[in-house]
Design a binder for this molecule. Structure first.
Ligand SMILES: Cc1ncc(COP(=O)(O)O)c(C=O)c1O
Length: 421
């Protein structure tokens, strides 16, 4: 977040930002005019600009697109076509990866472990069809169950090891609770189990996702002390986790495990991930849509590119309108930051007592809306989701636009009748 500007220049910048918001609102309104609401829409120019910015931020690293943050095959295709630096997909379920393989995608890394027999059967099908699909493991127990399914299907599963990248400081776990593999010894133990089962399992990669760097905002307005603490923890954590990832990669290689890739990072950490010489590729997706939870990182700002439009249907009181739909709340620790963020017209607020509702969402309008900006019944108000891909679970189609033109309407995963957990 940039600092508030002061003086004449600051006043001009604020006025320009307000004019930009107003113009963008009027444009969005024209684009959805005459369409049935609610709907989800995506600004292709902004997604492409975000994609280029992410590639620049990733520097030497190719980016594997995180599908959970996109959930639309057409957008995956369009973004991958922008640059060969977009390489491969980071999927969230084996069944999803197998479906994407049938849709024509390849090099599919499933980022989260599964021992579900149906999921593993789908992965075996994809392997049999010649696609490169890789499963994630973090324990010998998982490997044993996957090996049993491999024998069942006559398959040899490609595996990647999930290395925990959290940092522990007294009284605080700075990271996520996912993989128990935190050091060289634990990694080598699982790797040698995989080698001992070479007829059914093959270790091909390592993933070390530093979620506390990649997903945690550090310039949230009004949270100065917390921001300072998070930035300090991030600096400390980075020193430790780079050394950990490098040590594990070196030890695996020294023990004869040839790794095809070492994956790390996410939208919020691309520069830091590229600074770790052991990493060969970054994973990222959210930066393309730039949802609300990515607004306040100190070192980058991507452009909000995906919105949903809700129709005004009631006027319960002066200054308040109520829209149809809108309760698209994001996953994670529940709190106001997981609610949809009112976007345009600028200055709208959700009501504390109601938030975004299951079928109705009241909104406090900004005082003194200029003529032409007070919404009539049926008019759209625009919102942003807190996270990237989850919004696609609410809509079957995404309206794509460029400038003043609608250039397509494409199905989400849901619109293709796909839903993975
Ligand atoms: C394993 C893994 N890698 C990378 C990411 C980063 O994805 P994004 O850039 O969409 O935040 C995530 C997000 O949760 C993840 O779980």
């Amino acid at each position: 977040m940039s600092r508030p500007e002061s003086g004449a220049l600051g006043g001009k910048l604020v006025a320009a930002a307000v004019a930009d918001d107003d113009a963008y609102y009027q444009r969005l309104k024209r684009l959805v005019a005459g369409r049935s609401l609610p709907l989800m829409l995506l600004d292709l120019d902004r997604v492409e600009a975000n994609a280029q910015a992410m590639l620049r931020r990733a520097g030497r690293l190719p980016i594997r697109l995180g599908t959970k943050s996109i959930r639309c095959t057409e957008i995956l295709r369009r973004v991958m076509a922008l640059s060969p630096q977009f390489r491969g997909l980071l999927c969230y379920s084996a069944r999803e990866a197998a479906w994407l393989a049938r849709e024509g995608f390849d090099d599919l890394l499933v980022a989260y472990p599964t021992v579900d027999t149906v999921e593993l059967a789908h992965a075996a099908d994809a392997l049999r069809s010649g696609k490169r699909i890789t499963l994630m493991v973090d324990s010998i127990e998982q490997c044993g169950l996957i090996a049993a399914q491999a024998r069942e299907h006559g398959a040899c599963y490609r595996l990647a090891l999930d290395l925990d990248m959290s940092t522990s400081v007294p009284g605080l776990w700075f990271g996520v609770r996912r993989s128990p593999v935190r050091d060289v010894a634990a990694a080598l133990e699982i790797a040698s189990f995989i080698s001992a089962n070479a007829d059914t399992l093959q270790l091909v990669g390592l993933m070390g996702y530093e979620s506390q760097i990649a997903g945690l905002q550090d310039r949230v307005p009004g949270a100065g002390l917390r921001n300072l603490m998070i930035r300090t923890l991030k600096r400390r954590s980075l020193r430790e986790i780079h050394a950990r990832r490098q040590a594990v990669v070196a030890a695996l290689k020294a023990a004869g495990h040839a790794l095809e890739f070492v994956n790390g990072g996410g939208t919020g950490s691309l520069e830091d991930t590229a600074a770790d010489s052991s990493v060969t590729e970054a994973a990222a997706g959210s930066g393309l849509y730039a949802p609300a939870l990515f607004d306040y990182f100190g070192h980058f700002r991507h452009q909000a590119a995906v919105f949903f439009a809700l129709p005004v249907i009631r006027r319960p009181a002066p200054g308040i309108v109520t829209c149809t739909g809108g309760g698209y709340v994001a996953s994670g620790p529940s709190g106001p930051d997981r609610l949809p963020r009112p976007f345009l017209p600028a200055g709208m607020k959700l009501l504390d007592l109601e938030g975004a509702g299951e079928v109705q969402t009241p909104v406090q309008l900004p005082p003194g809306l200029a003529p032409g900006f007070a919404p009539a019944l049926g008019d759209p108000l625009f919102f942003r989701h807190a996270k990237a891909g989850e919004l696609a679970e609410r809509f079957e189609r995404i309206l794509l636009f460029r400038g003043e033109r609608i250039v397509g309407e494409v199905p989400t995963y849901r619109g293709q009748l796909q839903s993975f957990f």
